[in-house]
Design a protein. Structure first.
Lengths: 255, 369
């Protein structure tokens, strides 16, 4: 499996797309640091990049990549290699190359302008989100044979988690505003990796505003070691579950 | 003159004009039971003592120095360590409390008194004191024409400064930091608050500055940093807010709709989560001519005044007002879209609450503060 990871990894790093992605992140991060003297505000703008662009790029690139290497996968499976290592090899190679791009693109400028806890949190959540969305992309890729359909499903995932889900939550909260909602929202947040990542970052940034009752509740929860374990655990679950599901489908699939 | 040493003070009564000077801070110990000084005459001066261990009583306000009807009282260069009330003055004209240090024992809120407590006084001067761990740092009730300046109120249990029915007072160059609930000013008219600093008053229902039923007052050149709610106004009228800096607060200004004829001008709003929040659509206040760092308009004629009015009330702050739990969706893409839509076409936010002359660049107050 490690040999497959290595081949695919180098193969992806050579493609123009990942290089563009890295350069885009590098350019925007440097530009943001140049435009604004306040590192807090820079992290805030970069938070939008991490919460919007990183999931989008991860999910679209991963699903396109999967279809582009369909022939390679078929060839590999014809060899005496088991399906699991082919599939997982692909997965690890894609996820780690995108993480590497994020780490260099967004992380490289940081030492020049000062490393802050918020910056570290930003990279940490960005990398976790990359893995989550690559997982979701692989799931959408194994669900259907049609490339366009799979990309559509992938985009739907992205839309759902970044936009639709929050709208639904807001609607639920408005309908049940007479009830204490803190614990309920905590559960609802866990069902969306993007929200979870945003709250981890918000607690690093908007401390004052979040200090109201709800904010204090969240801070008490996510600030405690149990909360940190919980949020990391849930995000890891968001990585593992789709991969496990898609691996199961892939193992039984007639290619 | 009193020489250094340790004296157990059991309610020393001073009934005639007298000057008491402590040499090298002699300690007057109330043994956890008694009050230390009771002053009942004019022209008394107390300086250079360390007063400690007064008793705690919820019936009598035991104090380091209690003064009733002590006109021209002067208390300076003393240390009040572990007193219940520090200085408790009533019915007194022209007292001066200067350069004292107050530190209460760490107890629960109801087990500690106020640092400087004035009741029905006038023309008082309170200057250069350091007050910490008391219930209220400085407490005024029915105190008129007085001056509070250069004091430092840190880590008090309740309010750094708390005053009610105290007209025509001035507060200058004080620092109120990390107090339980910030600073509260209530039922007062003609107050001037200038060059004060309110910082890190954080928590639920905690304010940098709480103004309730205030009128004809001035709040100028103050700095508000990292407060959950920098200024909270309720029933405030004809008050002028000018040249203040609001930085890194949760809410810059929270303006209840029952405030009227107030003016906010030449203030800086920098990196606050919500600059201005309100609870109604009725607008009776003027907010022209401030700098808002979230302003995105343009300035074609280059006169440093933005050509498009700015509406500082954020749609989402209205949502959070109604559903506090919704704060966790803050900064999500959907909220951003809602906000943009609302900015283009105000439906929920008060349409007339806007700055018609927003400044393009922040005012520079660093030289003056």
């Amino acid at each position: 499996m490690s040999r497959i990871i290595r081949y695919v990894f180098y193969d992806i790093l050579r493609t123009r797309f990942v290089i563009f992605y890295t350069l885009f992140l590098l350019g925007s991060t440097f530009a943001l640091f140049q435009l604004d003297a306040d590192p807090g505000k820079v992290i805030l703008s970069m938070m939008n990049v991490v919460l919007m662009v990183v999931p989008l790029v991860s999910i679209v690139f991963a699903s396109i990549h999967f279809y582009n290497s369909y022939e390679f996968i078929e060839l590999m499976i014809a060899q005496p290699v088991n399906r699991k290592s082919v599939f997982m090899g692909q997965y690890f190679a894609v996820a780690s190359s995108l993480s590497l791009a994020l780490l260099t693109g967004a992380g490289l400028p940081m030492p020049f302008y000062g490393i802050t806890p918020a910056g570290i949190a930003l990279l940490y959540t960005g990398i976790l989100l990359t893995w989550v969305f690559v997982s979701l992309a692989f799931l959408s890729a194994v669900l259907t044979r049609d490339k366009a359909k799979a990309i559509g499903v992938a985009l739907l995932f992205w839309f759902y988690f970044s936009l639709i889900y929050d709208g639904l939550i807001l609607w639920v909260m408005y309908s049940f505003m007479d009830y204490p909602l803190e614990k309920v929202t905590l559960a609802l947040v866990s069902l969306n990796p993007v929200d979870l990542a945003r709250i981890i970052l918000l607690l690093q940034l908007d401390i004052s505003a979040l200090m109201g009752y709800t904010g204090a509740f969240y801070k008490a929860f996510f600030g405690s070691s149990a909360g940190i374990l919980f949020s990391a655990g849930v995000l890891v679950l968001w990585v593992v579950l789709p991969v496990w599901l898609s691996l199961r489908i892939f193992m039984r699939k007639d290619l | 003159m009193v020489l250094p040493g340790r004296y157990t003070g059991n309610n020393i009564k001073i009934a005639k004009p007298l000057t008491l000077i402590g040499v090298d801070f002699p300690v007057l110990d109330g043994e956890g039971k008694h009050q230390i000084f009771t002053v009942a005459a004019g022209n008394v001066t107390i300086t250079g003592f360390e007063l400690t261990n007064t008793g705690i009583s919820s019936v009598k306000d035991l104090a380091g120095v209690e003064a009733i009807g002590a006109d021209y009282l002067r208390i300076f260069n003393n240390r009040f360590i572990g007193t219940y009330f520090g200085v408790h003055v009533a019915n007194t004209k022209a007292c001066v409390i200067e350069k004292n240090f107050f530190r209460a024992n760490e107890r629960k809120e109801y087990e500690t008194g106020n640092g400087i407590h004035l009741w029905q006084c006038s023309d008082a001067v309170i200057r250069n004191n350091y007050i910490t761990r008391h219930r209220d740092g400085i407490y005024f009730e029915f105190v008129t024409r007085s001056l509070i300046e250069h004091n430092l109120c840190v880590n008090n249990m309740r309010y750094g400064l708390h005053f009610m029915f105290s007209h025509q007072d001035e507060y200058r160059n004080n620092v109120f930091s990390k107090n339980g609930a910030g600073v509260a000013v209530m039922y007062t008219h003609n107050v001037k608050m200038e060059y004060n600093k309110f910082e890190q008053n954080e928590g639920n229902s905690v304010f940098g500055l709480l103004l309730k039923d205030i009128s004809d007052s001035e709040v100028k050149h103050n700095t508000f940093i990292k407060n959950t709610m920098a200024v909270y106004l309720e029933g405030v009228s004809r008050t002028r807010f000018e040249g203040n800096n609001f930085k890194l607060n949760g809410y810059g200004i929270r303006l209840q709709a029952n405030c009227d004829a107030n003016t906010f001008t030449q203030n800086n709003f920098l990196s606050n989560t919500f600059d201005l929040a309100t609870n109604g659509t009725l607008v009776l206040n003027n907010i022209d001519g401030n700098y808002w760092d979230k302003y995105q308009g343009y300035d074609l004629n280059q006169d440093q005044i933005g050509d498009v009015p700015y509406r500082p009330v954020n749609l989402y702050s209205m949502v959070v007002e109604r559903v506090p739990a919704a704060v966790f969706l803050w900064r999500s893409f959907m909220v951003f879209l809602l906000d943009r839509a609302e900015k283009a076409l105000p439906v929920i936010t008060p349409e007339n609450l806007k700055d018609n002359y927003p400044r393009m660049k922040p005012y520079d107050y660093r030289s003056s503060a």
